[in-house]
Design a protein around this ligand. Sequence first.
Ligand code: DC
Length: 230
Amino acid sequence: MPINVAIDGPAGAGKSTIAKAAAKAFGFIYVDTGALYRSIAYYVISHGGDTKNADSVTEMLDEITPELKYIDGVQHVFVNGEDVSDKIRTPEVSMGASAVSAIPAVRSFLFELQRKIARENSVVMDGRDIGTVVLPDADVKIYLTASPEERARRRHAELLEKGNCVTFASVLADVNQRDYNDMHREIAPLKQAEDAVLCDTTDVDLKGAVEMLIGIIKEKTGAEPQNKEF
Ligand code: DC
């Protein structure tokens, strides 16, 4: 029986880095579901569509076949056969993904694909509604968060390192706005599942957070980490 680990939490909590490392430790597949929402946004934008127009996005879904493939253990996202893994990481696609993820038809379109991967593989799947909607029977549910100030601090440092000159105040305002959007949308809002373990990484470094996750997965499933390096 595949083991399913669901990880949800707000943007900037370090979910993908931590979830990826935990998946590697157990030899599970890491599934980044945000990439699927991004792939829909990418298709809509590159075909001249408006990601905020629910009717036109819904009509376009018939033309889109998103797929997740694993090449040397790394997730790649394909849309109609094209590898779009890098192209979906732009600020424009991030905004578009946020818009399309609030459209009910998009969520139901991606639902079965996510379920199928989890039925067929042991996974660490990260997103916003994995423990609450996509995998309500997951073996382990984790809600990974950090204070808005700490998430903004990490994001601010990242941006400065990449040469982007932004103020801490504007990054914090963005973090707060995205939290509000994710938590207040009508469909599948971000919230902690009742049976999820809360992991707050505000005062924990990356290594500590990965160890925390591995400990929870081990305790809840009895699985033993196969790789000591992560
Ligand atoms: O995690 P991310 O930044 O790649 O996610 C992109 C967008 O998709 C984000 O605005 C939230 C949305 N999303 C979602 O609604 N449900 C998920 N399971 C994953 C992501």
